[in-house]
Design a protein around this ligand. Structure first.
Ligand code: AMP
Ligand code: ZN
Length: 113
């Protein structure tokens, strides 16, 4: 989608510290990490948020969960514990309007969620 930051990252038009990529999904380091490990997992397909997810998106949405587990292991945070969060919409504080999952870990995380 034109003028979408994460679509531009997915297209390689804006650089990012990528840690995983396939034809449907991309994971990269958050530019302002809120934990020792803070990755973002996105679909390459543009959805503004989870509020736009449809039944036909179920397969790649499921793959995101499995990828989160795999990346948590690779990043060394699987045993200690980690958090996966997808903000959706204004009340959640979502800032980038392209669906993304935060993968956080490597320290004791705060109480919210
Ligand atoms: P949210 O508030 O859930 O929309 O989260 C957006 C996240 O995107 C924040 O944690 C930002 O630090 C992160 N972010 C914004 N711009 C970039 C960028 N160019 N590369 C990597 N992460 C980014
Ligand atoms: Zn987008």
């Amino acid at each position: 989608m034109k003028d979408c930051l994460f679509c531009k990252i997915a297209a390689g038009e804006i650089p990012a510290a990528k840690v995983y990529e396939d034809d449907e999904l991309l994971a990269f380091k958050d530019i302002a990490p809120k934990a020792p490990v803070h990755l973002l997992i996105i679909p390459k397909k543009h959805l503004a948020s989870l509020a736009e997810a449809a039944p036909e998106d179920a397969a790649w949405l499921g793959r995101i969960q499995v990828l989160a587990r795999r990346l948590a292991e690779e990043q060394g945070i699987a045993d200690g514990g980690f958090r996966v969060v997808a903000n959706s919409g204004a009340d959640s504080g979502q800032e980038v309007a392209h669906l993304h999952y935060h993968l956080l870990g490597g320290a004791k995380l705060g109480d919210i969620c």
